[in-house]
Ligand binder design. Structure first.
Ligand SMILES: *Cc1c(COP(=O)(O)O)cnc(C)c1O
Length: 370
């Protein structure tokens, strides 16, 4: 069996054609027709008014924090179980990420543990739609509205995911997406901010391009950044976006196979939940090893690797890693998900046989006597 990798981008649309057009016309940097087109089409796809493309999904989060005017000492509430960029974007502005525990079945931020984290210094609430599944947005929005705190969605892993029939990215004041090579759709590196707020949009657009005056060339009205996306990235991104439903269908196909092959082993392996009111886009399929499994998670991954199957651990909680270490903080649900969770190969090129091979080996390994 050849090595099965965890992620594998697929370019089967107009990506090459559009990219060639950039090279043939010389529009390779931050000007060119694909940038506006990609922004317009992505905003339209998500049902949001304005889009700001940028270099990656980390700086898109930073742009939002800058746009909100996050200052040293300001607090932003987020799940402890996320990718490090969510927390870093706050820290870049001197802000303090405040961490919340997760819901056991969905892995997402627990709305029931959110309100107690709100303080006078809370400037935003940042839910993260983990692994392609929307957070439980109704209670989150209810709390945020009651305290008049803006919600910022980190939707880096959830392009096309839905909650109550509405796409993620349009619930809060702004949202952030990533187009890194392993995401639902990719342009190598890339990011996008979406918002319906015109003032915030203008501010982020200014800051992403050196804060140069819209009226006067080379006249800078603030300290800005070079966070621009290139026309080449946008060309690939647009080609991918045209095929996004295909990409999502493939991931769903893989997830359904995992459900089929692993569903009856729920006493040893549990998959991430898919609540009825959500459309999960399965950026990654994941399993949690149950208590009956006596082998350590990392050992399971090592044995799978020996079968030529690449796996990755679920994210580590922010509060256990050096930049955000907090020994006072206990998030038992997130800590357990992280310690016992594995992300399975989840890309569009996997065949039914390969998924079966993965499942057979996984079941064998977790039921093996040491
Ligand atoms: C991938 C990811 C990001 C950052 O995206 P990059 O494009 O890699 O900078 C941010 N947040 C989450 C939750 C992610 O998964």
């Amino acid at each position: 069996m050849k090595r099965i990798s965890i992620a594998n981008p697929v370019f089967n649309g107009n990506e090459k054609k559009y990219l060639n057009e950039c090279i043939d016309t010389g529009w390779v940097s931050a000007n060119g027709r694909f940038i506006e087109k990609f922004e317009e089409k992505f905003a339209e796809y998500c049902g949001v008014k304005y889009a700001v493309s940028c270099a990656n999904g980390t700086v898109s989060l930073h742009l939002i924090m800058l746009g909100l005017g996050i200052q040293p000492g300001d607090e932003v509430i987020m799940p402890t179980l996320t990718y490090i960029a969510t927390a870093n974007a706050v820290r870049f502005c001197g802000g303090i990420p405040v961490f919340v525990d997760s819901v056991k079945g969905t892995f997402n931020i627990d709305p029931a543990k959110l309100e107690e984290k709100i303080s006078e210094r809370t400037k935003a609430i940042m839910p993260v739609h983990l692994y392609g599944l929307s957070c439980d947005m109704d209670p989150i929005m209810e709390i945020a509205n009651r305290y008049d705190i803006p919600v910022i969605e980190d939707a880096a892993e959830a392009h096309g995911a839905e909650y109550n029939g509405k796409k993620v990215g349009g619930f809060g004041l702004a949202s952030s997406f990533s187009f890194f090579g392993n995401k639902i759709i990719t342009c190598g590196e890339g990011g996008m901010v979406l918002t319906n707020d015109e003032k915030l949009f203008e501010r982020m657009k200014l800051l992403k391009a050196q804060a140069v005056s819209p009226e006067k060339k080379y006249w800078h009205i603030d300290v800005g950044y070079n966070y621009r996306m290139t026309n080449m990235q946008a060309a690939v991104g647009l080609g991918q976006l045209e095929q996004i439903e295909w990409h999502i269908e493939q991931r769903k196909r893989i997830a359904d196979l995992y459900k089929m092959f692993l569903g009856e082993y729920s006493d040893i392996l549990v998959l991430q939940e898919e609540p009825e009111n959500c459309r999960h886009v399965y950026w990654m399929s994941n399993v949690i090893l149950q208590d009956k499994v006596k082998i350590e998670r990392d050992e399971v991954m090592r044995r799978m690797e020996a079968c030529n199957i690449e796996m990755r651990p679920l994210f580590y909680p922010m509060h256990v890693m050096p930049p955000y270490f907090d020994k006072e903080l206990h998030c038992p649900v997130a800590e357990r998900i992280s310690a016992r969770g594995i992300s399975l190969p989840s890309h569009a090129l996997l065949t039914d046989e390969e998924v079966k091979y993965i499942c057979d080996n996984l079941i064998r390994i977790v039921t093996e006597k040491e």
